[in-house]
Design a protein around this ligand. Structure first.
Ligand SMILES: Nc1ncnc2c1ncn2[C@@H]1O[C@H](COP(=O)(O)OP(=O)(O)OP(=O)(O)O)[C@@H](O)[C@H]1O
Length: 540
């Protein structure tokens, strides 16, 4: 694929024409916040970008991670303190798995991977988010009637090979990819709507309005552009990537496989019923989203189980915002139309809660039966909120009013969020110390046992460096009374912390042959380390 030309002038106000792809993308239009940069992230106005182009993510090396520490009750008391220095194993594992997901590299076509464009606008390294042909196809009755049926992709080369059923939400075939951005090296999700022709240039400008909305429960929209890079005319919406995200559909509508009961050793079915506390949490988060979106004069139009991402325990974010506003664009839409979409949002939230409470997408087809089941399983309070949502629209039925109805449940959510913030802050403070110590260890690595430096083979063994060497032995090569190596992490951590803080406390350093013995303060050793490091880094 050839280089992407720079933005041209002549588009509608607020737009910059998209990059052309191999000369095919003549009619491409895009809202592009990066229009002042070329395809390598270099500024077209002359200033060089500070970002290097991350071509291939490095291979993952799990040896770089430490193994989880043994359970606290198995530890010697003086090893216990080392627990205080690290994130909890479960937190660490979760974060490591997310990082792994961000770094997943595409499988090349010669190894069975799909044929995808190498570069798309300012994105590269596309990795499909779904397996080929995967789709959560539902009966035609559940396909959203708001959108036109997909145009037959006659001229499509089916480069992606990923097309499955048309999305039951958007009506068009869609495919999603994780991709890396050449401008900032970050991962994003590209959602491609296949076989879509932009009939009104104005339609894509609405993406700019969505881009300005930043809300913790919305998957942020970055930009949208049209492209022919897949061999058809597609429109691509770019969203933030949330590694390992699932959807409410995947979590609560897809039956879970039976699991082995630890006590009996038998296979047991897994209950799908959602706790009421969790349902309230979803309801509160999505109500806040709607209040925010409606206050911007927009409507979500995609409150649907497969369009609500779950990014960690009970944390949800509304996905795919702005797509309907573009693909079902109505140039004559007025305030009344927006209000009608906003009323639909509340109705769809009610339907979503019914589907979740009954663990079935079909539950909304028979509301009386589903409400009966809800009143058996959940509180009257919950059922009343659902009834209000699925009931007739009225002027006072707004997202703000819903917020007032949820008052005490919003207070519960605030408490949980504060507890979680405390937990994360304590994890963060533990790791903060470690970053400090790693920098110190790097300095030791630079200095100790350094081969010939400054034409002096004994540089690292003499002067200030000798003190550092003795201190290194004291910290890492300590032995107990019987001469056995002392493998004690807390001994290392407390010594390094005192050194880093430059404590006035004194320590006795003895050479290996016990011939020399120095009593020095940590502050003096710190000065030696600084001096030796300055010596090394000074330009010669
Ligand atoms: N922004 C995102 N960040 C991370 N993962 C995402 C993101 N958006 C979607 N995904 C993942 O991609 C998968 C597919 O999403 P998609 O919205 O296409 O679901 P779908 O059920 O196939 O819907 P549709 O019927 O519209 O095709 C989801 O299961 C989700 O795990």
């Amino acid at each position: 694929m050839g280089p992407l030309p720079n933005a041209q002038s002549g588009g509608p106000p607020g737009l910059t024409p998209a990059h052309q792809q191999s000369g095919q993308d003549q009619q491409a239009r895009a809202f592009n916040p990066y229009s002042h940069l070329d395809q390598y992230g270099q500024s077209t106005t002359g200033a060089a970008s500070s970002f290097d182009r991350p071509r291939q993510p490095p291979a993952l090396d799990h040896n770089l991670h430490t193994a989880p520490l043994p359970h606290v009750s198995n530890l010697h008391p003086h090893h216990l303190s080392s627990h205080a220095f690290f994130l909890s194993p479960s937190q660490r594992e979760e974060l490591a798995r997310r990082n792994d997901a961000i770094l997943t590299a595409p499988v090349p076509p010669e190894h069975g991977g799909p044929q995808l464009p190498e570069e798309l606008h300012v994105y590269h390294s596309l990795v499909p988010l779904e397996a080929p042909g995967h789709g959560t196809a539902l009966p035609a009755t559940l396909v959203d009637p708001r959108v036109a049926p997909p145009t037959a992709p006659g001229a499509s080369l089916h480069l992606s090979g990923m097309s499955g059923e048309p999305s039951r939400v958007f009506g068009y075939r869609t495919s999603s990819y994780k991709a890396l951005c050449t401008l900032d090296g970050k991962a994003y999700v590209l959602r491609r709507i296949e076989g879509f022709r932009l009939l009104h240039d104005n339609a894509i400008t609405v993406v700019e309005r969505w881009r300005r909305i930043r809300h913790p429960s919305i998957v942020s929209v970055r930009e949208a552009f049209t492209t022919r890079a897949f061999g058809d005319s597609s429109i691509v919406f770019v969203y933030d990537y949330h590694p390992l995200a699932t959807t409410l559909y995947g979590e609560h509508m897809v039956p879970k496989p039976p699991q082995v009961d630890r006590r009996t050793g038998r296979l047991q079915t897994v209950s799908m019923q959602i706790q009421e506390r969790t349902l309230w949490s979803y309801a509160v988060q999505l109500t806040n989203v709607l209040r925010n979106i409606h206050s911007h004069g927009l409507a979500a139009r995609c409150i649907e189980p497969s369009k609500v991402l779950r990014t960690s325990k009970n944390r949800v974010r509304l996905n795919c915002c702005s797509i309907f506003d573009v693909v079902a664009f109505d140039p004559r839409a007025n305030t009344a139309a927006v209000q009608s979409h906003q009323a639909d949002d509340l109705l769809n939230l009610g339907k979503l809660l019914v589907s979740l409470a009954c663990n079935s997408m079909g539950a909304v087809q028979n509301l009386p039966k589903s409400l009966e089941s809800i009143s058996r399983l959940y509180s009257a309070d919950f059922k009343n909120v659902v009834l209000w949502l699925v009931g007739k629209p009225s002027p006072g039925k707004t997202a703000d009013e819903l917020g007032r109805m949820l008052g005490s449940h919003i207070a519960d959510e605030v408490d949980s969020a504060l507890n979680y913030a405390d937990l994360l802050e304590s994890g963060l403070s533990k790791e903060l110390e470690n970053a400090r110590l790693v920098r110190l260890l790097c300095k030791f690595g630079f200095i100790n046992e350094r081969p010939e430096f400054d034409h002096d083979p004994r540089w690292s063994e003499t002067g200030d460096r000798y003190v550092i060497k003795l201190f290194r032995d004291h910290v890492f090569h300590a032995v107990d009374d019987t001469g056995r190596p002392l493998v004690d992490l807390s001994h290392i951590l407390s010594n390094l912390n005192k050194l880093d803080a430059g404590s006035e406390e004194r320590v006795m350093l003895t050479s290996r042959d016990a011939q020399s013995c120095l009593v020095v303060s940590y502050r003096e050793i710190k000065n030696c380390v600084e001096a030796a490091f300055q010596d090394l880094s000074r330009a010669r």
